[in-house]
Design a protein around this ligand. Sequence first.
Ligand SMILES: Cc1cc2nc3c(=O)[nH]c(=O)nc-3n(C[C@H](O)[C@H](O)[C@H](O)COP(=O)(O)OP(=O)(O)OC[C@H]3O[C@@H](n4cnc5c(N)ncnc54)[C@H](O)[C@@H]3O)c2cc1C
Length: 259
Amino acid sequence: MFTIKQHLMAQSIEEGYETLVKNRNNVILGGTGFLKLGNKNINIGIDLSDLDLDYIREDENNIEIGPMTTFRSVETNKLLRENFDGIIAKSVEEIVGIQLRSVITAGATVASKYGFSDFITALLSLNTQVELYKGGIISLDEYLAEEKIPRDILVRIIIKKDGKRAAFKTMRNSKSDYAVLNCAVSDLDGEYRVAVGARPGRAVVKTISNEEVNNKIDEKIEAVVNEMKFGKNMRASGEYREMIAKVLIRRCLEELESK
Ligand SMILES: Cc1cc2nc3c(=O)[nH]c(=O)nc-3n(C[C@H](O)[C@H](O)[C@H](O)COP(=O)(O)OP(=O)(O)OC[C@H]3O[C@@H](n4cnc5c(N)ncnc54)[C@H](O)[C@@H]3O)c2cc1C
């Protein structure tokens, strides 16, 4: 369990940011689900709960998710269930149980670039951007590609409402465990984005079009998987993950074809 010397209820994002960069032991608090698994000695815990950052909303072009939005809100939100065939909501509904999902937050998950994340994989298959307080708006692809986690505050997740169809699949050894592998595929007029996470490294995405592979599912799978690396950890070997990736991508593509 972590310890906190001082709790700051930030009154603005600027105050939160200024506090964050003053001391390397000052830490932004999300739902603290993950922080509780460690034993960090936090100097100032920066609480963003007063800043109205818990929202899921849409405008003409985008759906936006605030960083303090819990996974339970993501899972049950009508907008997220109705757009992109509901994959954003589906991606979180198997994470442990409702009690945990009612606490853990969207912003902490994306900001931390967790390799095992189901949520990130679903977002990556769509046209998603993240907004960092100092770093501005960048694509999620770009954010994940940068090895380091910036000393910044993630203030918004932005998903373009471009009419993509999508499918999400995950494979777990047991119900509440982390995924052995997860996969999300989106399709817009025969242009696919195939995202694979829990490899066990960070999710990666490959794009492919029907034209490139003559609309053949086997060729699509080979083209994507051959460009991805799979590794081992306590849950599975790299070879096993590669086989599972082929199965999950196929299931996603077949689901998209049947829609
Ligand atoms: C027991 C358990 C099981 C889990 N199983 C799964 C699973 O099967 N699949 C899955 O996908 N995920 C799983 N997770 C992870 C979960 O989905 C969240 O990703 C994780 O808990 C982080 O969210 P949090 O709100 O708890 O973050 P916190 O613990 O509050 O914070 C985590 C990190 O994010 C930083 N942070 C918080 N908010 C921001 C922000 N706005 N900007 C920048 N940095 C920020 C914090 O400083 C900290 O470093 C599990 C978590 C737990 C505790």
